[in-house]
Design a protein around this ligand. Structure first.
Ligand code: ADP
Ligand code: MG
Length: 333
């Protein structure tokens, strides 16, 4: 059973007609009906050894813990308002907490997102069980945003014929991880720093998410890899998609890696926190105008087709690009 089958089977319940939940399990955010406005709600858990390496810079960790949640709000087109923070700490380390809070609140203040509560606990020491380590540091954030009722946007609105767009560049964070793990070597120091910044300090595309209200037919943030996350959109929208590999935006640093690595990291890397979205062809000029006005460029990387077409990646001459990788899944592999 993979992660998404598990969620489908055990945690996806029939929605209650007339209840407050307009969009429940299965999207970047839950959407709660509050009259004129919708509240968007999202939770992300960061576990040491799973989502970040032990000993990571605490200020970057504070930033990233909130950034991944704001990125889900951006996918839904919501304006961030507040968040709750739950921590399971191995110890009360003042220097660590000070740096964590600096990273966390710098991003929170930038987006006007207020810490409104949470929970704090100590993880049990496993020393009593003759294991000389503490349990893993765990950070869980629930973020809340809002949007006008008519601006509701999910993963389920893509239609055959729509353009497929992505913001910024993809693959950098996975390339940084590969460097840290020693999977690739010989990357120049300047490139290494640029890639590492993408992994450690992802910038949630909040303003872009809002600017795309009424233009994007579907959206998702790229956390599990471009193809894996596109798969969530095509499944929920019951469509297929074609990506033109040459159009997939890559940073200068990524472009200097071997071609096979570039493809793997850009298409299946993950941790990008860019927005992947669809929009009707009739909105192409409007989307281009949003891109031109935004601090982050937008690239049209392909189009949506009928479900029978599946998800394919092609070269400029139409030749198929093999895609042997799976999107990230906590219970596979
Ligand atoms: P994202 O990558 O956007 O954070 P996930 O892939 O983590 O989304 O989750 C997919 C969907 O499943 C989301 O709608 C999320 O809210 C839901 N989900 C995940 N785990 C649970 C759970 N234990 N109970 C209920 N819903 C869950
Ligand atoms: Mg998401």
């Amino acid at each position: 059973m993979n992660e998404f089958e598990l969620i489908d089977r055990f945690f996806t319940r029939p929605s209650v007609a007339g209840g407050i939940v307009r969009q429940g399990v299965g999207d970047d955010c839950a959407l709660l009906d509050c009259g004129e406005r919708l509240l968007a709600l999202t939770t992300d858990l960061l576990l040491e050894g799973r989502h970040f390496l032990p000993g990571v810079d605490p200020a970057s960790l504070g930033h990233k813990a909130l950034a991944v949640n704001l990125s889900d709000l951006a996918a839904a087109g919501a304006t961030p308002r507040a968040f709750q923070l739950a921590l399971a700490l191995p110890r009360a380390d003042e220097a660590w907490l000070g740096a964590f809070c600096r990273g966390l609140f710098a991003l929170a203040d930038e987006h006007g997102c207020v810490l409104a509560g949470g929970d704090t606990t100590r993880v049990p020491s496993l020393a009593a069980q003759a294991v000389a380590v503490d349990g893993p540091l765990t950070i869980c954030i629930t973020a809340i945003g809002e949007l006008p009722r008519q601006a509701a946007r999910t993963r389920g609105g893509a239609r055959a014929g729509d353009d497929l767009w992505v913001s910024g560049t993809v693959g950098d964070a996975r390339a940084a991880l590969a460097c840290r793990r020693g999977e690739i070597a010989g990357v120049p120091a300047g490139d290494l720093a640029a890639l590492a910044r993408r992994m450690d300090r992802p910038q949630p595309r909040v303003a872009l998410g809002v600017a795309l209200r009424g233009l994007a037919s579907a959206a998702i943030d790229v956390s599990d890899g471009l193809l894996g996350d596109l798969g969530h959109v095509t499944k929920r929208s019951r469509v297929g998609a074609i990506i033109e590999w040459e159009r997939v935006p890559r940073s200068a640093a990524l472009s200097r890696l071997p071609p096979g690595r570039q493809r793997q990291y850009a298409l299946a890397g993950g941790d990008d926190y860019e927005l992947l979205f669809t929009a009707p062809e009739a909105q192409r000029a409007a989307v281009e105008a949003v891109g031109a006005a935004s601090s982050v460029p937008l690239c049209r990387i392909g189009r949506i087709v009928d479900a029978a077409g599946g998800v394919r990646v092609v070269e400029a001459d139409g030749a198929e690009v093999p895609t042997p990788w799976q999107g990230f899944d906590h219970f596979s592999g």
